[in-house]
Structure formats: structure tokens, C-alpha cells
Design a protein around this ligand. Sequence first.
Ligand SMILES: Nc1ncnc2c1ncn2[C@@H]1O[C@H](COP(=O)(O)OP(=O)(O)OP(=O)(O)O)[C@@H](O)[C@H]1O
Length: 584
Amino acid sequence: MAWFLKSYHRLLPFLAPHRLIILAALGCTAGFVATTPLLAYMVGRLTKFFGDGDLRSITELAWETLGVFIVRGLFQFGQDTLMAKAALDTITDLRAQVYAHLQKLDLACFASQRTGDLTMRLTGDIDRLGEIVRRFFYQFVPCVLTIVAVVSYLIFLNWQLTLVTMIIAPGIGWLFGWFGTRLSDLSRTSQDQIADLSSMLFEIFSAIRIIRAFAAEDYEKERFVKLSDENRLARFRTEQIKAVQYPIIGLLQALSVLLVFWVGTWQISLHNLSAEQFASFAAGIGLLLDPVRMITENLNELRQADGSADRVFELFELMPTVLESPKARVLAPVQGRIELQNINFAYTDGRQVLNGVNLQIEPGEVVALVGPSGSGKSSLVNLLPRFYDPLSGTVSIDGIDVRNVTFASLRRQIGIVPQETLLFSGTVAQNIAYGCNLGPEELPDEVIEAAKIANAHEFIMDLPNGYRTQMSEGGRGLSGGQRQRIAIARAVLLDPKILILDEATSALDNESEALVQAALDRLMKMKGRTVIIVAHRLSTIRDADRILVLDRGQIIEEGNHLSLLAGGKVYASLYNRQFERTPA
Ligand SMILES: Nc1ncnc2c1ncn2[C@@H]1O[C@H](COP(=O)(O)OP(=O)(O)OP(=O)(O)O)[C@@H](O)[C@H]1O
């Protein structure tokens, strides 16, 4: 039973709020169970009246039996509906809490988890736990109580006969345990493989263009078939064990019934038992068969699902490293002065990504970050909204350390146009006003205005339902440039004092690039906001107030476009390489 407590005790806090319903359901269970020995008793009487040919008594007994079945039915109905409610409520709470916990985690935690696997834990695994809760109270507990009630009645009838019957039980119990352990191990393997499959499918469908471009269909098919086959093997082994388990257990049950008949006859011959009582005893044993079988099934199911319990509760063990201080205060509307002092930063792998970065940006300044891929540009800007915390050094906005303010008040003042824009399911307007709780039919003027500034209005009006067009998953029906302009419209609507533009690395076609660039220019020039632009195309940042060149996590050059070009160092060579020009 230790494994049971170890796996499932973590469900207790989620069951506690539903204890009244569970208690009411258990009350119904008790009523249902109490009628079971009564049925065994009635079978004894039935046998007697049958032997005596007593038609009147048998008729009376038939009415009594009908009454007992109606009462049992009512109790069973109460038990089943109440338990189903408790199980579903518990699981809905659990899912909501896991989801809320995941939302608190920082990006580093998500980077280390696979999306498909997370999705599986939140859906399949949690559903399985719901099924366990339902089965536990709806089948397991009633079965255990039925066994206790019936066995007590059997002892009352004849303890010697009961003792013989019970001696066989440990043997069967050991066998249950052995099968259970094997099934549990195989089930964990199979669940992990299904999660791997799910992750692989997610990866494949997300990267279908790349797969096609590399003509890697056969390679991916082989990977998929291999994993799928491993899963088939694990599941087949599980079925094989089940196929062996049921006949063996069935045989043992039949043998125990035969033995009971033999000892019963012996007890009758000694006048310790009447034939009527033996009939009740046999009926009692008959009534035990179903609960014993169900307990076997449920124990197996409980063991198999402890893998799901582990996978769900493991998520609660993931702890964010970037925490909001309990003393965090709300960041008042800022001017947009940014300061980074002695910043050292590394991801969880420990490799230093930023080395002693010092940087001061004045309100309204447009600063561009350039440098080779992997030099730390995105990592640097990710420190501002506290997606990550530096190992040492401070990041402050208007002189306030970002660690001292609430996440919401900090992040609401920083607009981000990311490299790759994913759209959410919902209308185009809902996507632009993301986070504003817009209804599917609503279309405020501000949304249209923002889309116009972002050069998105025209293509949106060409969509089948304009701003009310539903977006497919991730916004796949739109081009990269169109999605980016929607992200720009989001930023325009948010109207933040600090704007981070992470320029897309993937090339846009000329027309799209010009539209995006014009939208970005307008966005940067609006009301003197502080802008940090992570630039890959140097043509886009010629007008920036200041350009910082980053290399291996250090700022190695600083100045405006012309002064850096004249300096003839790293920026100049990057620039000339991009435009294939000789230095001025
Ligand atoms: N989530 C992460 N976990 C571990 N290492 C990371 C993570 N993100 C980035 N890195 C590593 O940190 C270094 C800096 O990456 P970063 O994305 O900041 O560079 P970048 O200059 O923005 O590159 P690019 O121009 O290609 O976008 C790289 O070596 C990268 O591999």
C-alpha cells in the first residue's frame, strides 16, 4: 500500500474542498454495501422455501427482494452521481492549478520542457487521474467495504469455512501484486513513449516547411515509425501480461469455490451448519467474486496510473528562478531611462553569455544592438522585462531596480515585437488587442488606428471577414511580414514607454520588408519613447541615435552609424560585408 500512498497522497489537498460531496457519496456507499449480506441471507431463505415447496413464503420473499433491490438502486445512484461530480470537480481544480503554476514559471523552465510533453501532462495524464479518483471511490472503496461486510457475515455463519476460504486469499493477493508491478513498469514506459510521440508530431507539424525543404520526409517517417513501433511493443507486452493474468486468476477463483463446497459439506455432516446457511454462505462467496475481480482491475489501474500522477505532480516541483519579491511595488508610469550595471548572465547550462555589460539609455533614445549571431543581443534585452535575472549586476528603469517592482507593472510598460510572431486563436482584432478581453464581434477604433500605423489595415481588410476573421493556429494563413505587422499593431495599441524590437532573422520579401520597416519607423518615432532594436539587417538602423556592437557578451563598439563606419572596425566590416561595399 506504500506505493499507493506515495503516488496518490498528493491528490488529498485537491480532494479536501469536495469532502462533503465525497462523504455524502460514501454514505450512499455504506447503504449500498449494507444490503449485500442481506442478499446472501435471502438466498439461504429462498433455498429453504424452495426445498419446502412453500409458495406463499417465496412470494413474500420476492417482494422483500424487490424492495431491497430498489433501495440498493437508489443508494447506487446517489453514490455514482455524487462521486462522478467530486472526481470531475477535483480534476478541474487540479488542471487549473497546474496551469496556474505553469504560468508562474519563467522562460528558463519552459525552455527545458518539451511543449508536446507539457500538453500531454495537462490533458491525458490529468484525465487519467480523474478516472482514478472516480474509480477509487466509485468501485474500489465500495468493493473493499462489500468484502468486509460479506466476510463478517460469513464468519458469523461458520468461521471454519470462512477460514479455509481466506487461506487461499494471500496466494491470490501475491499474484495480483506481481502482475501489478509488471504492468506498472510497462505502463510508465508506454506513457513516456506516447509523450515522445506527441512531442515529435508537434515538432514535425511545426517544421513541416523545413522538412519539405530538406526533402527529409523519409528520415522523419523512419524516426516516427521507430518510436511508434517501440510503443506498440510496450503496449503489446502489457496486453500479453493481462492475457495471462485473467485466466490464472479465474482458475484460482473456481478452485476456491469448489474447496468451499467440499468443506461446507463436511461442516453440515458435523451439524455445525444447516443447508440453508450453506446456501447463504455460497451466495456470500458468489457476491465476493465481483468485488475481488474489480479490486484486481482497480489495483492494476491504480498502479498503471501512478505514472500519470508522477508526471502531473512533477510539474509542481518545477520552480521559477525569477521570482516576484513579496515586497515588490507597482512601477509608476516611467520616463524610459534604462541602466544596466555590471551585468553578468548565464543560462542554466552555466556558459557565460553576458560579461560585465554596462549600459545607460536615455528616455526617448533609439538604441540598436548589433553583433554576430549568438553574441547575446536577445539575452540582453530579455533582462529588461525580467524574463531572466542576471547572475550579478542590476537592471534599472528610471533608477528603480526591476527586481523591486511587480511583474505586471514592469511588463505593461515594455512593448515587445518579437522575432517570430505567433498569433492566438481568435479574431484579428482580438489578436491586436491581445490581453484586453475583446469580444469576437468588438472592433474599437483604436484597433483600426493601430493597424493603420502598423501598415496592417489594408491586408486585414482583404481577409474574408476583415478584422473579425478568425485566425488559425499560430496565424498560419498569414505571411511572416503580415504577422509581424500585427505584432507591431499590438505594440502601437499598448503604447509603451519602452519598446523592444527583436528584428526577424528570416528574410522577408522586398515589399513586405519595406512595409514592416515603414511601420517600425512610425512606431519608433511616436511620442519619444525609448527603443531598443535588436538588428540583423544593418540597413534598418542607420537612423538610430546610438549603435552598440556586441561580441561574445561584451559591448565592443559604440557610436552612431556614421562614426562607427568611419571608425572602420567591427561595425564597419559587418556593414560592408552586408552591403558588399568598400569602407568609406
Ligand atoms: N534558452 C537558452 N538556454 C541556453 N542557452 C541559450 C538560450 N538562449 C540563448 N542561448 C545561448 O546564449 C547565447 C546568446 O544567445 P542570444 O540569443 O542572446 O544571441 P543573439 O545575439 O540574440 O543571437 P541571434 O542574432 O542569432 O538572435 C548563444 O550562445 C545561445 O546559444
